[in-house]
Design a protein around this ligand. Structure first.
Ligand SMILES: Nc1ncnc2c1ncn2[C@@H]1O[C@H](COP(=O)(O)OP(=O)(O)OP(=O)(O)O)[C@@H](O)[C@H]1O
Length: 304
C-alpha cells in the first residue's frame, strides 16, 4: 500500500509554467488525472515517477522523495504516452529488457508472469510491429509491471483504443487496484475517468482545479450556469423577454445573427425559451448549448 504525496509542486520550462503549486494526496486504488491537452498531466506523472525534478516542492512515496531514489524507482512502474516502442523486438524481448533494467531476480519468470497478467501470452513471441494499438498498450503495461511495482502511473493509456480494447484495459486496471496497488492514469476524456476511477484529480493550465470522487466533480460541473446559442426571428426582443426571468443570468447579441444566453438550469431553460417565444410571437430556429466542451467546463472549475 503506497501513498503518493505532492507538496507545493511547481515545474516550469523556461517561461512556461507547466505545473503550478500543486498539492495532492493519492492513495491505493485508481485515480484519474483529468485535464485538457497541455494541462500539465504528463509533467505531473514524470515528477511522480521521479524522472523529472520539480522546480519547487516535493513528491514523495510513503514519505521518501521519488527523485533520484533507486529504492523508490523499484516501487514505481510508468507507462509513457509515446506509442513508438522497439518495434523490431518481440513482446517478450521488450518486457524482458525492463526486467533486466530493474534487476529483477528471476527475469524470465517475471516476464512471463507480467505478460500473462495483461493476457498477451499468445502474442508474446510476435514482433511488436505486428501489434494493434491496444496490444501495444498492453505490452507497455506488462513492461511497467515486470518488477511488480506498488505504484503504476499511466499516461493516456486509453488513447486510440477501440471500445473493446478500452474495456479490457479498464478491467486490468481494476484488477491491479484490487491487488492493493496505487494506480494513476491521465486522460482528457471525462467518460473514461468516470468509468474506472475511484478518485478524480482535475488539472487545468497547470493548476489543481478540483478533487473528489466522480459524483463530486460532476456536481461541480452541473451546478453551474450553462451557455446557449439561440437563433430566432427576433433575437433582441427574445433577449429582453428572457432576461425578465430570474434563471437567466445574461444575454448578448453575437455577431448580429445569434444570441448568447447564460442560464442556471438546462431543464428550466428548455421550457422557458419556447414559452417566452410563443408569448412574444417569435420563432426559434436554433437552441444549442455552447459550453459542453471539456475546456469550458474546466475553465469554469478553475475560475469559480
Ligand atoms: N520539455 C518541455 N519544454 C518546454 N515546454 C514544455 C515541455 N514539456 C511540456 N511543456 C509545456 O508544459 C505544459 C504542460 O505540458 P504537459 O505535456 O505536461 O501537459 P499534458 O496535460 O500532459 O498535455 P497533453 O495531454 O497534450 O500531453 C504545456 O504548455 C507544454 O507545452
Amino acid at each position: 500500500m503506497s501513498d503518493l504525496v505532492l507538496t507545493d509542486v511547481s515545474r516550469w520550462y523556461g517561461n512556461v509554467v507547466a505545473v503550478n503549486d500543486v498539492n495532492m494526496h493519492i492513495g491505493p486504488g485508481i485515480t484519474g488525472l483529468l485535464g485538457p491537452n497541455g494541462a500539465g498531466k504528463s509533467t505531473l506523472l514524470s515528477m511522480m515517477a521521479g524522472l523529472l525534478p520539480p522546480s519547487s516542492g516535493t513528491v514523495t512515496i510513503d514519505g521518501q522523495p521519488t527523485r533520484g531514489n533507486i529504492a523508490i524507482y523499484q516501487r514505481i512502474g510508468l507507462v509513457p504516452v509515446q506509442e513508438s516502442l522497439y518495434d523490431f523486438l518481440t513482446g517478450t524481448q521488450f518486457v524482458r529488457l525492463n526486467a533486466d533494467l530493474q534487476r529483477v531476480a528471476e527475469p524470465d519468470k517475471a516476464t512471463r508472469f507480467a505478460i500473462d497478467l495483461v493476457e498477451m501470452s499468445d502474442a508474446a513471441d510476435r514482433k511488436i510491429s505486428t501489434y494493434s494499438k491496444g496490444m501495444k498498450q498492453r505490452i507497455k503495461v506488462a513492461s511497467a509491471l515486470v518488477h511488480n511495482p506498488e505504484v503504476l502511473l499511466l499516461d493516456e493509456p486509453f488513447n486510440g483504443m477501440d471500445p473493446i480494447q478500452r474495456r479490457h484495459m479498464m478491467g486490468l486496471l481494476t484488477q491491479f487496484a484490487e491487488q492493493g496497488r496505487t494506480i494513476v492514469f491521465s486522460s482528457h476524456i471525462l467518460e473514461e475517468v468516470e468509468q474506472v476511477a475511484r478518485q478524480v484529480e482535475v488539472v487545468v493550465a497547470g493548476r489543481h482545479a478540483a478533487s473528489g470522487d466522480f459524483a463530486a466533480i460532476r456536481r461541480l460541473m452541473t451546478d453551474r450556469p450553462n451557455q446557449y446559442l439561440v437563433r430566432s426571428s427576433d433575437d433582441r426582443k427574445l433577449a429582453t423577454l428572457l432576461l425578465a426571468d430570474p434563471s437567466v443570468r445574461g444575454a448578448r447579441m453575437r455577431g448580429g445573427t445569434a444570441l448568447e444566453v447564460e442560464a442556471d438550469d438546462f431543464g428550466a431553460f428548455a421550457v422557458l425559451v419556447p414559452k417566452v417565444a410563443r408569448a412574444g410571437g417569435i420563432r426559434i430556429f436554433e437552441l444549442t448549448p455552447t459550453d459542453e466542451s471539456l475546456e469550458s467546463v474546466f475553465s469554469y472549475l478553475v475560475n469559480s
